[in-house]
Design a protein around this ligand. Structure first.
Ligand code: S3P
Length: 182
């Protein structure tokens, strides 16, 4: 298995539920960058955005990723916030230090999962139609970067367990084929 695993994907794709389950299955530690930042700021992400601004959040997020993937740190699974992979430096660092797994999910399913949530500052529109267009707009910009991942696994119509099994199946396929050719 890879030394580290980083899970990326849009809000609601399942990173924070699949990550811990995958870590348990693989005997690795799990780190959710949003959770760590909320502890550091002592407030939810939505209030970090409101009180400190998105720029401050992104700067802290970038520093945290660099810290967690610092030299010699292995055996970690890290779930990044939905926008973290937009930063080129973070993308480059993550790609060199971890296997990157993109949890994809249909826009329809993302809307179903996100429409009643209130803790996503970039998805805080009021009407359903506005949330749908926010999801579409952000996904359009971000998908090209998400698709730079090493593995793409859909969580649409999949349970956490099914997703974890699919990830481990794909990791074994890639990892064993690398081992057998080395
Ligand atoms: C963000 C996604 C959030 C959180 C912040 C910004 C984004 O994380 O980092 O609200 O830019 O899409 P989740 O993907 O866990 O919702």
């Amino acid at each position: 298995m890879p030394e580290n695993i980083v899970i990326i994907g849009f809000s609601g794709s399942g990173k924070s539920s699949v990550g811990p389950a995958l870590a348990r299955k693989l005997g690795m530690s799990f780190h959710d960058t949003d959770v760590i930042l909320e502890k550091r700021y002592r407030m939810p992400v939505s209030r970090i955005f409101a009180q400190h601004g998105e720029k401050s959040f992104r700067s802290s997020e970038k520093e945290l990723i660099a810290s967690l993937l610092g030299e010699l740190k292995t055996g970690q699974i890290m779930a990044l916030g939905g926008g973290a992979f937009e930063d080129r430096d973070s993308r480059r660092l993550v790609k060199t230090r971890a296997a990157v797994i993109y949890l994809s999910c249909s826009q329809r399913e993302l809307y179903r999962r996100l429409k009643d949530q209130t803790d996503r500052p970039l998805l805080d529109s009021v009407t359903g139609q506005e949330i749908r267009s926010d999801i579409k707009r952000l996904l359009h910009t971000r998908r090209p970067h998400y698709l730079m991942a090493d593995l793409v696994v859909s969580t649409t119509n999949r349970t956490v367990k099914e997703t974890v099994n699919e990830i481990t199946r794909k990791l074994k396929t890639v990892y064993d084929s690398n081992k057998s050719t080395s």
